[in-house]
Design a binder for this molecule. Structure first.
Ligand code: ZN
Length: 420
């Protein structure tokens, strides 16, 4: 009995040891498996993190690339450095590449070209048709939407880049104006652009021009036009503004740091299709002005009356010019904001005290029309010539335009009537 008990006890002890061993091995096995699992998970997490970083890198590089195309070099570098977690050799190389590009920029020293347009002819059959109020005037002084669309890529091919006047000149607090170095890549040259009047009188709406600007559902400045059936429809190709905005979106290299052009507003024509004397229309116009400014456009005084005689002609009087400017200050400035650019109606160059009046009123830049001259600093002002790229110039000055801007034969709209 005792022996058997002893034997059993021994057996039990063995069993316990075995059991303990078994438990220990299972535990260590379990721990091993768990740690392996954890390691796998860690590896997996690490991979996931790296994958996410790589995606972020590509996103930032894409964004930086777009910025570089639009001449925002430092901004592109800032974007690449915006997340220290993801900086690696690839990012560092990209930063170096952009820094090298910045070193290559040269201050521009060539001619400064300022081109201008009026509202575009969208339907030549109306503008030049039997019902048109002035088919010959339109043929001379207007550009068709088709021509304008053809010009942009050709201007870009020639190296032109839209800039702001403030990219070319500094004006200090006393009104002294000096030329400013504009650093551009080799082969690029600045282009200033302005659009005169930007008003849509009733007769023009029936003559194949846009009827007003407005903001579409994508928060873009767009144009409304009465189509050939008489319905008012949105068109992205009926005015300079949506055409340029869309072109720059596709070709950021055509705009220096987002610059677009200048709208020369004329009081008596309404502001972009809105009456400055009707409160509700003013509210709408202000929203469009705001959006245009946000997207690179600027505004200029193109006179209130846009009338000759005592206002803007050889026989202009100081009294007439004061009257016009006061009306502009009263009705237009509250809508478009202050500007230091005056675009002379009919391109007239006022002389003596009449010219001085505009400088005294705070207009540093006086824009006239002249196809050959270059801007000139005169006292506290710049007399800046502009060239009209319209039917008249494409016919009468074809060689010069082809030499300086684009091949006229590739642009000219043959729906125009024969030129006299
Ligand atoms: Zn005008």
């Amino acid at each position: 009995m005792k022996r058997t008990t002893k034997k059993r006890m021994r057996r039990n002890a063995w069993m316990i040891i075995l059991l303990l061993l078994l438990i220990m091995t299972s535990i260590s096995g379990f721990v091993l498996i768990m740690s392996q699992l954890e390691k796998n998970t860690n590896n997996h997490n690490q991979e996931e993190i790296e994958k996410a970083r790589e995606i972020k890198r590509s996103q930032l590089m894409k964004k930086a690339n777009q910025l570089v195309k639009g001449y925002y070099y430092q901004e592109a570098i800032d974007v690449l450095r915006s997340d220290s977690e993801i900086v690696n050799e690839r990012i560092k190389d990209e930063v170096k590449k952009i820094e090298a590009m910045m070193m290559e920029l040269k201050p521009y020293t060539g001619r400064i070209e300022h081109v201008f347009f009026h509202s575009l002819i969208v339907y030549p059959e109306l503008a030049f048709g039997p019902q048109s109020s002035q088919p010959q005037g339109y043929n001379y002084w207007m550009t068709t939407a088709l021509e304008f669309q053809r010009m942009l890529p050709l201007l870009m091919e020639r190296g032109y880049v839209l800039v702001r006047i403030s990219d070319l000149y500094d004006v200090d607090s006393l009104g002294n104006v000096t030329q400013r170095d504009l650093y551009l890549p080799e082969g690029k040259r600045p282009l200033l652009m302005s659009i005169d009047n930007v008003g849509y009188p009733e007769n023009r709406k029936k003559e194949g021009f846009a009827s007003r600007l407005f903001i579409n559902q994508n928060n873009e400045v767009s144009a409304m036009i009465r189509n050939l059936e008489g319905l008012e429809i949105e068109s992205r190709t009926a005015e300079v503004f949506p055409i340029v905005d869309d072109f720059v979106k596709e070709n950021p290299a055509f705009s220096y740091r987002g610059a677009k052009g200048l709208l020369g507003i004329t009081g008596s024509w309404g502001i972009m299709g809105y009456d400055p004397k009707i409160t509700s229309e003013v509210a709408t116009a202000k929203v469009i002005v705001q959006r245009l400014k946000e997207t690179g456009w600027e505004f200029a005084n193109h006179s209130y009356t846009h009338a000759d005689g005592k206002y803007f002609s050889e026989s202009s009087t100081l009294e007439g010019i004061k009257e016009d400017t006061q009306l502009f200050n009263q009705w237009i400035i509250p809508v478009i904001g202050e500007s230091n650019v005056f675009i002379a109606p009919f391109g007239i160059t006022l002389k003596g005290e009449l010219y001085q009046y505009f400088i005294d009123e705070g207009y540093t830049f006086y824009l006239n029309v002249d196809r050959r001259s270059q801007p000139k600093i005169i006292g506290k002002s710049v007399l800046m010539p502009r060239i009209n790229l319209d039917g008249f110039v494409m016919n009468k000055d074809k060689e010069y335009i082809t030499q300086h801007f684009f091949d006229v034969d590739k642009v000219y709209d043959h729906r125009r009537p024969a030129f006299e």
